[in-house]
Design a protein. Sequence first.
Lengths: 434, 434
Amino acid sequence: MSEPYELTACQALAELRGRRLSSEELIASCLRRIAELEPTLEAWAHLDPPRALERARALDAGAPSGPLHGLPLGVKDVIDTAEFLTEHGCPAVFGGSRPKSDAACVALASRAGAITLGKTVTQAFACGAPVRTANGLDPDRTSGGSSAGSAAAVAAKMIPIAFGTQSASSTIRPASYNGLVGMRPSMGLISTAGMKCLNPSFDTLGLLARDVSDVELLWCTQVGVPFERAGLPARPPRIAVCRAPWTAAADQSARDAVDKAERCFALAGAEIRDLPLPEPFGRLVEAHERIQSYEAARSYAAEYFQHAGALDEQVTALIETGFGIPFEEYLQLQKLAAGARREFGVLVGDADCVLTTAAPGEAPLGARALGPAFKSMGSPNQSRAWTLLHLPAVTVPCHTGPSGMPVGIQLIGGFGADRRVLRVAHWAAAVLSS
Amino acid sequence: MSEPYELTACQALAELRGRRLSSEELIASCLRRIAELEPTLEAWAHLDPPRALERARALDAGAPSGPLHGLPLGVKDVIDTAEFLTEHGCPAVFGGSRPKSDAACVALASRAGAITLGKTVTQAFACGAPVRTANGLDPDRTSGGSSAGSAAAVAAKMIPIAFGTQSASSTIRPASYNGLVGMRPSMGLISTAGMKCLNPSFDTLGLLARDVSDVELLWCTQVGVPFERAGLPARPPRIAVCRAPWTAAADQSARDAVDKAERCFALAGAEIRDLPLPEPFGRLVEAHERIQSYEAARSYAAEYFQHAGALDEQVTALIETGFGIPFEEYLQLQKLAAGARREFGVLVGDADCVLTTAAPGEAPLGARALGPAFKSMGSPNQSRAWTLLHLPAVTVPCHTGPSGMPVGIQLIGGFGADRRVLRVAHWAAAVLSS
């Protein structure tokens, strides 16, 4: 057998159920992997190896607890955990803070048998200055943000599954940069209880793994449906290809990924059509950005008014931009968004999903390569509109860019059709890797 | 001058600005009122008089700080406060818990100069077993829930303004029971950061005062628009009267309130029409209840799995009902709700607002009158559908029931038209009190 840390969640579960592997062995293997790579990756904000091993032994000694029995999990540090510090990426304000109870997603995962190994690095409040966390596949490159630590840790095989969050592109972009499968579920259908609130209009849990099945497994434990490893769909899917106005700002490699996927999917029998977007959709990227700022200013009002000196320049700029946006503009943008949500459903028609760009391209160089010149973890603009539309999105690896780094594609489903888009993602991943 | 505690917020502000009253005098007057009535009312979970007086002196010594300069404020105990315990109505789980930072609404109010006097009583997690808090107008009757303490304290003139929350009827119902003006703003436009998450689909801040102007003042500080005391509208409003299917379950007094308002508004020149609701709207009350349970189960998963013995029967029943609801049903109900939101806008047409019932009738008898037989703070069913529709709602006092207790009406606006419905509420309150 390969080293346990190399297993995907579903592979590990099969070994655990067959009693060929204990949870303690799996956790210990992951902890050795973390000990080896963490000095390079800087993916973890807080770790508690003895606690994880103790929980693993308890699970090994008992009956199967649930669908995540014995699996190690990483949790982004804007998500509350009663057994770990939760500093929201900002120890200057939240240093030493330990919530009284777990976030909903953590409680549900724990109940299903997952073992939280620790909290993963994120920018301050999921929107602040870049963090040093390296890409799981190349330490000279950034992991992307804001679910930086979760994505790097899964890509480097420190853990098989992790929670991120997304209010713009914070799960899909780092997943693409790290060659992962990442999912942003339909807005509002998974409880955000215990997640640091940035945007009531956009905040969602993000799911990260190296495999579509593992993401689906995590999703199932959150919404409460039984997980069965998916077979391929009965017929090849109907796919609408969207080369949106904002893809012009992406690197060639991001557009190449969509072209490649389109060709592969057509060869595999998919029914392909183009999805041109009417004019108002071109305004959604900016609409998202403005709504995000308006809401961030209110959500972080306490931090801004009471801890101004402890906030970094990026958080401060976001909040101050937000306080400068008139309520009337915010309201008009919300109406634009609501109208676009209605119209988009009509445009997509009977397509099983939309194929589009996931990230601006390969992961840019990071803190290790650039030193003080490192200023950006990449633009969120390839996801802003989809986030604003409240639609479920899954990224799967597709292409290799000029530097040899992965570039994903993004599959967008209809509202609430999370499982349908996961099924297409299974099919797409199989087609793209064959 | 009357005692300072008797002043509404806008009246007190005028005195404060004219230097005829200091914030310290106002706070001291309110604290005396609290000391006198609190043994009967049981409205407060936590109070800190020395802190409030100290803040008042600091504000008196400085320049005007903002539109709420020097005003005492009550904050429902499911809303985070860094300077007070926040126990979510459940000390068995959250005893001694003090959040690291203020909720967004508290930070914005403080920045505007408000002084939080303390935290007000609520049921556990805003959905648990009845609390003893008495009605501010009759100690034998309940204040209603779940914003029980906030409503009672404002009605008893312990404070002029308070924050509640609403996920079903938790602001509108206690406001009606206490003869107050209460507002549930449009869903999603005021940040819920730092409010205990019950329903991502429904949670909103609630605003409570004895006067429409005071509610509008609070609303303005939250969304960031300047407050000016409203004049009456240029033309009498267009009002659609909705006798919804669920009003049949209300007491006669609730329906009488609507009839009385309709007559008064017509006499005052309003353009009145009926708003019949097509069949699917009859399902919204149950749809809200089922969505609420499904989401409560997830939002309170940590409390349920980790502190089961500390939860009361009502919280436990809500969570267990929720875990029994299949995801597919939840999703279908969300789609029903989204469809109803679209359709309702068309039905309302150019009406300025909808007139309907606010509460099931007068405040029922409470803990003091009934002892152990006290089991209910009243049904939320007169507000469930409006909450589900995400529309702004304002209740104003209208009628007196057979026991001499107040019965409000509810005015519902279009999504985002919060200020428009407040203007109609100004007009309605003037008409009804003339």
